[in-house]
Design a protein around this ligand. Structure first.
Ligand code: ZN
Length: 108
């Protein structure tokens, strides 16, 4: 289980969309289960995005935007996991076919 201290370091990377699969997965799991880190993320998100929005004069609905950000990250995570799974299955399939060819070559 990932610690809150490590989590805090990942928040800026998450906001920069700069986490690898494993970190992103740990991060999202942790955020779902840890209200303190969720709050810290919310604050950092509001500070970062809020500053930009103040310049644009559009501070509207930031909390909702964070929710959307998290949902997007989860979807992305899910897609990445699916891709990893597919490539894994393909590798096994190729290996199995190769083994089958070998067997046939020996048997024939
Ligand atoms: Zn935490």
């Amino acid at each position: 289980m990932i610690e809150c201290k490590q989590m805090e370091k990942l928040i800026p990377q998450f906001l920069d969309d700069d986490l690898d699969n494993q970190d992103l997965s740990d991060f999202l799991d942790h955020i779902d289960n840890c209200p303190e880190c969720k709050e810290e993320l919310t604050i950092q998100f509001l500070v970062r995005v809020g500053m930009q929005r103040l310049e644009d004069g559009n501070t509207f609905n930031l909390a909702k935007e964070l929710e959307r950000e998290l949902t997007e990250a989860k979807k992305k995570m899910h897609r990445r996991k699916t891709l990893v799974l597919i490539s894994y299955v393909l590798e096994i399939t190729v290996a199995a076919l190769f083994a089958l060819c070998l067997l046939l070559a020996i048997a024939l």
